[in-house]
Write a protein that binds this ligand. Sequence first.
Ligand code: SF4
Length: 262
Amino acid sequence: MHQPALELIIAALEKIRESSDHAPRASKSALAQLQSAPVLAPLPEAPASPCRRRLQQREKAAMLAAVQERVRACTKCAHLVCSRTQTVFGVGNPDAEVMFIGEAPGLDEDKQGEPFVGRAGQLLTRIIKAMNFAREDVYTANILKCRPDMPSGSSGNRAPTATEMQTCRPYLVEQIEIIQPKVLVALGAVAVEGLLGMRAAMRELRGRWHDYNHVPLMITYHPAYLLRNQAPSEKRKVWEDMLQVLERLERPITERQRNYFL
Ligand code: SF4
């Protein structure tokens, strides 16, 4: 902040007066000289720190909006640009502690422009609520921002290809870097492949902590898997993974929560 020298000196003299028995004195000519002294130059900007700075929520929201605009106009996958209704960027708290990552938008997501709004998404919402979060507290996104195209006349959804994921992944990387979540949750094997570039059976991957650019990553089943396999034992597996997430976030866990699906 710019501040005339006289104001600085007077402030210093007032401090001395408060803490000393002897009132400080200054001659008229000394004060006149100070009054004409040049304004202090501002301190030079500190060089950008190589360390990761915690961003404020408003900064994060603005940065995400800028990435979203680029995604909206993205034409890197020409075949998906032709088939998509719209891009599906991601929704939730820009300052979320936990970020859920799926593979790609399906039919419902493509129509509504939001990830996880179909049946699997509704189940994910129930899981998130069971964790004592609201959907708005967390952030949900996919590896792919456009719905993988389907042959004309066929219904359903298809998994994204490795090339499609590689092309789109930089947007997700930006989202993660901006949101700076404490924990990432990868939902299903395709999300794992998109994030970590590795393929393995989900029974080997899930329930263990992995590392994604120094962010702890929990792998669990995609909610669509739970819709196909309704056995309580499978629900319990997902729930145990979520309990690990809650523990990592140091969130309180009730006895009732611990016993879900037992
Ligand atoms: S999938 Fe991603 S990279 Fe491909 S067109 Fe859509 S937004 Fe662009």
